[in-house]
Design a binder for this molecule. Sequence first.
Ligand code: ATP
Ligand code: MG
Length: 337
Amino acid sequence: MGIEVVVEGLTKSFGKQSIWRDVSLTLPAGEVSVMLGPSGTGKTVFLKSLIGLLKPEQGRVLINGVDMVNSPERDIYETRKLFGLMFQDGALFGSMSLFDNIAFPLREHTRKKESEIRRIVMERIEVVGLLGAEGKLPGEISGGMRKRAGLARALVLDPQIILCDEPDSGLDPVRTAYISQLLIDLNAQLDATMLIVTHNLDIAATVPDNMGMLFLRELVTFGPREVLLTSDEPVVSQFLGGRREGPIGMSEEKDAATLAAEADAASASVPAAPRVIVPQLEPSPGLPPRQAVARRRKRVMGMIDTLPPAARSAIRDTYAKSAEAATLPMPAAGSGA
Ligand SMILES: Nc1ncnc2c1ncn2[C@@H]1O[C@H](COP(=O)(O)OP(=O)(O)OP(=O)(O)O)[C@@H](O)[C@H]1O
Ligand SMILES: [Mg+2]
């Protein structure tokens, strides 16, 4: 089963440039989480901090009692083996075949025999739909295939925590839909804790159990998907609506005058339609159900009274529908509201 990742008060800067401050969140064991945020808000830096490749100046990242920021390097190195990381740019070795690229972590970190390595690599190649391409060089395949090869490589060490940095960038909408399904299928098969960084609104709407957003050097929010999807925080609704109007500008922040002018224009126009929450993807037919679903339901129902009203009713809606679908009795709706 996946492992919980607890982030406490993480603060990172490069020289004088502050990236984000005081980021705290918990990636629940075995659940899928998405981190949104405009370009340059430090999403990749955040992923690298989780696995201890970058060192925040303050805060902790706790995994099985090891702090990926402050523990001895030896412990961090061991704990890093629990992770599979799919890099934003694929990060494949250009002179190696896909097979050798995907086999690389096994040859580097294990003493497995070549026959065993072959078995594992071919299995992962099949999972990501690259059978037949294993002999090709990264330069000979499409961007989408390179993405999937990067994902296969992230999977060979049977990770319990999977980090994916923009698995969709450079992909067409159909390929992105396949990647979304693949991520849910992997979660059903591995029960690994997953964090996906993306700008893609379809992935955000259909894949995660939990969602967060980084903006202006802060974590705006992190919690059950329904919280972000129903949020009326301007930066969140601008991002989810893909609009120019709002606090996010071309170079991140807009100046006060532009914002004020927009607010005047907005008050004269019709308000945006309420957002519809689309159902989360289910694993493909033939796969086991996601074990995270029951755990998540218990967890979220336990915290429901602490959530904003819109999120509360969205969550009750979701679970009422899934109970109907499974003809199960409704969960106790909890107190309040
Ligand atoms: N090793 C580094 N040294 C100095 N600055 C860095 C380093 N890595 C990242 N940065 C800076 O940190 C900021 C955040 O970068 P990051 O790559 O995390 O953004 P991002 O949110 O992933 O953006 P995108 O969505 O475009 O991938 C940028 O201003 C970047 O220049
Ligand atoms: Mg990035």
